[in-house]
Design a protein around this ligand. Structure first.
Ligand code: ATP
Ligand code: ZN
Ligand code: ZN
Length: 987
């Protein structure tokens, strides 16, 4: 049984190795050295700046760029401690001079540890020019192969019974008598205690399933301490060095006698003194060993200075003798150190019998513990597993499995971890799950619990309600008071990049949005080092780093896969995929999404295109969960600040292709150009209805919504009463939620009342006034800060100005409120005078674009712009008009030309007007949102509210009034323009 399985596994491993080699060959062969350097795997033109013996006897060489000034920086590279690198002569092709392990990388230098090579010594010249290339190493593959071959032939060793259980030829058993335990850590929760006693009571096999943050390591440490207490010798492994180091640190904290195997270059600094090398250096034989090393160093130096060949070979043979003696003494000391230790720790492959463990007797270990077992290849687990009669596996098979290059090998079972394989077969018989998690806010946890852990997780009270605002130095803002935020780019045209020949994907729009959100968090006092930005694609990770890391050096930007096992107070996820095909690629892996979301302690923000990702049921449920339990914002809320590149991008590839698709959803997803789209959205926000700026899936204020109806009715009643009263102004208390504030704005708008907000943050309140022409000071009274331009100056003017529909707007539009415009017009004359008077005190609100466009404006012979408020760029108005007109006169359904001026229906989900044939959400593509909306209203009525400070600002009625005035002016101009055009034609 075991033999067959081992054989099959070997076959898959061979396949995987082939794929791996083919891949590295393919790109190494076709790629120049320069290109390799650009990709970060090669460093050219280096000099050996210094050499010394260190790290317990290895030759450490520090390389720097070969430049005159010693302060030169290395080019971008992906070198890191532990990487195996080849050292080459700059000129040399073919084999490397030597290979070594990177021990340290700074911005200016790389240090590499070289083992003394078999055939003589590495001698580097200060003047020489060298290059370093990262090497794929076959050490791992060879060890895996060896382990499986050993498993095939395994006979009568200590693990015989265990192997039978692991291949299902006998059932797992329990020890009959078990003593009650005295715990080292008495804070363990019930599920952890159960895991500890169960694991100790099992005879061959126990599995601890530890979902994110449930204290898996804490539990393992207790188990190992108990095992030591019982006099057992433990071999403790994990697939990664980081995971092993973590265990070393925690066990050493309990004064356990730990010994860490592995190259010291690969170990974290604080762990290094637990390394075998360090233990040896402190041991009895250390002095002698040090003397021998010194002799070797001296001989080494002499070799370098040696004049002729004879002298050189004399020193070399002296070194050979010294090294032999060193080896013998070291092996004796190693065996002693290994025997003395209670727990030996190594990576799975580091536990290979080719290493120091060969010095121990076959039955030395009583227990093998493998942490992060679900992230390990089964073959790698077999390296330690054959060394003891019992194993305890810990991990979470609901997180990402090991990376496998060959799709076929993965499909045939190579990616199935030992832990998952055993859990599927034995279940409760061998598995105990930890169910209390100590990381995430309840709301972050609940999604993962439901989707991945059959709803069994609970949040420990110490974390269940914790938010960013509870961190020292963090002020309470909207961003720091919510655990879940969804920034929805649906319909905003922020498409993924289409890079040819690139598997990886990027999304510049999401990079920008991430930047805004980080800024908001940092401004609220969240430390950049407490924030991580995580994306599924490396290209996006690169782009995020490029944009963000110089501004926030302590910010961590990582791929999802690279962030597994880690946590941060705040995590921003950029899902990247935004396309019409509904392609989600990497995101389709549920475990990847699980890992991504569960890294966050207090706050997780997802930036994604809900339209694209909702094509996949799992992701759709995630989006629905965030809609139902978190705050949702549309990227439109940030668009005012978005740089125009995003729009330039989208025009090219994605859009044209997408536009051909027949079943395109809403009109917002299919605007003629991105720029118009933006104008349309903002124009809606400015001219139509406040909620136009909220994501549909927030449920917005939802007029038909039962949840908000009461609120709306209440405010309506108040406002109607106010209208009938003799009062001029009605102030609402600042205690209103932002949702309520919005209802007031909405209702006031419906009733034709003027409405505005004053104050900042918690003091912000709404006041409503009657629209009295004899109230000239109001618009001008808006604080200067609220007179920021609503629109960016980049909007095209030409393409919209001349269009035929534009002319029709003055009578056609139902939304450009003619009555208001008229009132405004009347009032404007008075207001102008006041504004002119104020102008002196006000900082100019003029746009940078307005001066750029000035020539054009004057050339057209338009009246010179007088007041500060009136200096809004021409093109904004143009965009606004055309957008408002377009959006308001025809059905938004693609290619439908029906008029909606009188019979149209507004969809609250996409904030677009549709004819009667298309207004039902399911018909025009908002079905999913409508459903989510309905569900979420039930689940958390009254809690959900859209809105933020920045949004309120842009919706300020004073600014809207300004826009309307300008719109009005523009309409006049257009009318006269049209007249003159007609005249031209007639001529
Ligand atoms: N019983 C407990 N009481 C209080 N805090 C605990 C308890 N168990 C674990 N924790 C805390 O939970 C956090 C995570 O613990 P630990 O490192 O053991 O988790 P883990 O499950 O190994 O993590 P990961 O999810 O990354 O694998 C730590 O801060 C730890 O102190
Ligand atoms: Zn809709
Ligand atoms: Zn229609």
């Amino acid at each position: 049984m075991a033999a067959e399985a081992a054989e099959r596994h070997l076959e898959l491993l061979r396949e995987e190795r082939e794929a791996e080699l083919a891949e590295s060959r393919a790109w190494q062969e076709s790629v120049s050295l320069k290109e390799l350097q650009r990709r970060g795997v090669c460093l050219l033109k280096l000099q050996a700046a210094s050499q010394r013996t260190g790290l317990y006897g290895r030759l450490l060489v520090t390389f720097q760029p070969r430049k005159q000034d010693s302060d030169a920086e290395l080019p971008y590279n992906s070198f890191g401690p532990g990487d195996i690198v080849g050292l080459y002569d700059s000129a040399g092709q073919g084999d490397p001079l030597s290979s070594g392990i990177v021990t340290r990388v700074t911005s200016k230098a790389v240090t590499v540890a070289f083992e003394e090579s078999r055939d003589g010594l590495l001698s580097l010249h200060r003047e020489g020019s060298y290059r370093l290339l990262q090497l794929a190493n076959d050490v791992t593959y060879n060890r895996l192969k060896k382990a499986l071959n050993a498993l095939k032939q395994y006979h009568g060793g200590p693990a015989s019974d265990l192997i039978d259980v692991l291949f299902f030829s006998s059932d797992p058993r329990t020890f009959s008598e078990t003593k009650p335990l005295k715990l080292y850590n008495d804070t363990l929760d019930a599920s952890q205690r159960e895991a500890v006693s169960f694991s100790l009571a099992q005879r061959e096999l126990a599995i601890i399933h530890g979902p994110p943050g449930t204290g898996k390591t804490t539990t393992l440490v207790e188990i190992i301490l108990q095992a030591i207490q019982q006099g057992l010798k433990v071999l403790c492994c994990a697939p990664s060095n980081v995971a092993v180091d973590n265990l070393v640190e925690r066990l050493a904290g309990h004064k356990a006698r730990v010994l860490r195997l592995g190259h010291p270059a690969r170990l974290l600094q604080p762990i290094q003194h637990h390394s075998l090398d360090a233990v040896l250096a402190r041991g009895d034989s250390a002095e002698i060993v040090a003397d021998i090393r010194k002799d070797i160093d001296q001989a080494l130096a002499k070799t370098k200075k040696a004049q002729d060949k004879g002298e050189r070979s004399h020193f070399l043979s002296e070194i050979k003798v010294l090294r032999k003696e060193l080896k013998e003494r070291e092996e004796a000391a190693m065996a002693a150190a290994l025997t003395h230790a209670s727990v030996v720790l190594a990576t799975n492959t580091g536990a290979s019998s080719e290493g120091p463990l060969k010095l121990l007797p076959e039955n030395h270990f009583d227990l093998v513990v493998i942490d992060e077992c679900a992230q390990a290849l089964e073959a790698s687990c077999w390296i330690p597993l054959m060394k003891a009669p019992k194993c305890i596996l810990a991990g979470d098979h609901k997180q990402l499995p090991p990376t496998i290059i060959s799709h076929t090998a993965a499909a045939k079972g190579l990616s199935l971890s030992l832990m998952e394989r055993l859990t599927e077969r034995y279940g409760e018989k061998v598995v105990r799950m930890l169910t209390v998690q100590y990381r995430m806010h309840q709301a972050i946890m609940q999604w993962a619990s439901t989707e991945m852990y059959s709803g069994r997780l609970t949040a420990h009270p110490s974390v269940a309600q914790h938010l960013l605002k509870d961190l020292p130095g963090v002020t309470s803002t909207e961003e720091t008071s919510i655990p879940l935020l969804l920034i929805d780019t649906a319909g905003c045209g922020l498409f993924e990049l289409e890079v040819e020949d690139e598997q990886s994907k990027g999304n510049p729009g999401e990079v920008q949005l991430a930047g805004f959100h980080i800024q908001a968090l940092v401004e609220a006092g969240v430390k950049a080092r407490d924030i991580a930005v995580v994306a599924p694609y490396n290209l996006q990770v690169d782009m995020l780093r490029e944009q963000l890391c110089h501004r926030y050096p302590e910010l961590e930007v990582k791929s999802v896969d690279g962030f597994q096992g880690r946590e941060k107070e705040a995590v921003i996820l950029s899902f990247v995929r935004s396309n019409r095909r509904g392609e989600v690629g990497f995101l389709a892996e549920e475990r990847r999404i699980n890992v991504a979301v569960t890294r966050a302690r207090r706050h997780v923000a997802i930036i994604c295109d809900t339209h694209t990702v909702s094509s996949q049921a799992f992701l759709k449920r995630l989006v629905d969960y965030f809609s139902g339990h978190g705050e949702v914002r549309t990227a439109f809320e940030y668009l005012d600040n978005l740089a125009p590149e995003c729009y330039a991008q989208e025009g090219r590839g994605e859009r044209q292709r997408g536009a051909k698709l027949p079943a395109a959803p809403g009109p917002k997803q299919q605007p003629p150009t991105g720029r118009k789209l933006k104008a349309a959205a903002v124009a809606e926000a400015a001219c139509r209805k406040p909620e136009a700026r909220f994501s549909p899936s927030t449920g917005g204020p939802g007029r038909e919504s039962p949840g908000t109806k009461d609120g709306a009715e209440k405010f309506k009643a108040m406002l109607v009463a106010f209208l009938e009263s003799g009062e001029v102004q009605l102030d609402f208390p600042p205690s209103l939620s932002s949702h309520d504030r919005m209802l007031v704005h909405l209702t006031a708008e419906e009733l034709g009342l003027q409405h505005g907000s004053t104050g900042e943050g918690r003091d912000r309140f709404v006041s409503v006034r009657k629209k009295e022409p004899a109230e000239p000071s109001r618009p001008a009274a808006a604080p200067a800060s609220q007179q920021q331009p609503l629109l960016q100056p980049q909007h095209p003017s030409g393409e919209t100005l001349g269009s035929a529909e534009t002319g029709g707007s003055s009578e056609g539009s139902g939304k450009v409120d003619l009555k208001t415009l008229h009132l405004e017009r009347v009032r404007r004359e008075e207001a102008r005078r006041e504004e002119a008077a104020r102008k002196a005190q006000e900082p100019s609100a003029s746009l940078p674009g307005s001066s750029r466009k000035k020539d054009k404006t004057e050339a057209k012979g338009k009246a010179a712009v007088k007041s500060g408020a009136d200096s809004m760029a021409e093109e904004d108005i143009d965009a606004l008009i055309s957008a408002a007109v377009k959006a308001d006169t025809t059905c938004s359904f693609p290619r439908c030309k029906a008029s909606v001026t009188t019979l149209g229906q507004l969809c609250i989900h996409c904030n677009s007007r549709y004819c009667l044939g298309h207004h039902i959400p399911e018909v025009h593509g908002c079905g999913a949102k409508a459903k989510a909306h309905a569900r979420q209203r039930i689940s958390r009525e009254g809690v959900l509210y859209p809105g933020s400070g920045s949004k309120d600002k842009s919706l300020d009625p004073a600014r809207r009034a300004q826009l309307q005035r300008r719109l009005d002016k523009k309409l006049n101009e257009l009318t006269s323009q049209r007249k003159s055009k007609k005249k031209d034609k007639e001529k």
